[in-house]
Design a protein around this ligand. Structure first.
Ligand code: ADE
Length: 252
């Protein structure tokens, strides 16, 4: 998968993404991350890319033309490589977008190319957004100073859904948010630490019991920490009954 990040701060994005699992996947050729400096497409001699908003108001806006030229350069590269004329998917990072989640990460990981547009200052001239943006995405209900950190968050979450990026593809599937359930607690050596013992079932070697225990722990943890998710997950009739029994017990 190829990420193309349009930004005024390419080094911030590249430095943040060249380590650990994502860096390794890039070196292995499973991903490419290209950061395009919008300032390289400034059309005046001062290389400025921002100007005052019409109608007044605080701050400066990124102008339409440099953003459009940076986009066109990337789109042309994609067209040349793929031989297709289809418009690439362009995500604009903004608190006004749909809130990013695991389902979006999974869906976007199916794209071969993804353009991420990072705004700065007070935003970007609306006209270029209308022309190039296909998806508006927020990473949460708070306001950041720019789209770079959100773009990095998205690249990380999407990349780990791309086949071959994680050593063990199974771990991408069986993790927090699969099924809308949180992950069960995990333990490694030693068997006892600070007086706390590893739950005996995990040492039993009985795989069916271990699976059952993990599933129950996932359900309990989701109920405790993210009850909003529990409403969306698919429990068996038996599990629903088990939860009801538990609730009645705690009421007693
Ligand atoms: N830009 C500024 N704040 C943002 C947020 N919460 N999500 C995505 N992009 C942003």
């Amino acid at each position: 998968m190829n990420f193309h990040i349009l930004t005024l701060f390419p080094e911030m994005v590249l430095n943040g993404l060249n380590t650990s699992i994502i860096g390794r996947a890039v070196n292995a050729g499973r991903l490419s991350i290209d950061a395009v400096n919008i300032r390289d497409y400034a059309f005046n001699k001062h290389q400025s890319v921002d100007d005052y908003p019409y109608g007044g108001g605080a701050g400066m806006l990124m102008q339409a033309e440099p953003v459009y030229l940076a986009y066109e350069a990337v789109a042309e590269k994609i067209r040349a490589r793929s031989g297709e004329q289809t418009k690439p998917r362009v995500v604009y990072l903004s608190p006004q977008g749909s809130v990013f989640n695991q389902n979006m990460a999974r869906e976007l990981a199916l794209e071969e190319d993804l353009i991420l547009l990072c705004g700065h200052y007070e935003g970007i001239d609306e006209r270029v957004l209308e022309e190039i943006v296909t998806d508006y995405v927020s990473i949460g209900d708070y306001v950041l100073t720019g789209g770079e950190l959100p773009a990095m968050v998205m690249v990380d979450a999407i990349s780990r859904m791309v086949p071959g990026v994680l050593h063990n593809d199974v771990s991408a599937e069986f993790e927090s948010f699969q099924d809308n359930l949180l992950e069960y607690p995990q333990y490694s050596r030693p068997e006892e630490w600070h007086g706390k013992k590893v739950p005996p079932v995990l040492l039993s070697g009985h795989h069916a019991n271990i699976e059952k225990w993990r599933r129950e722990q996932s359900i309990l943890r989701t109920r405790e920490r993210r009850p909003d998710l529990l409403e969306k997950c698919e429990l068996t009739e038996k599990e629903k009954q088990w939860l009801q029994d538990l609730e009645q017990e705690t009421e007693k």
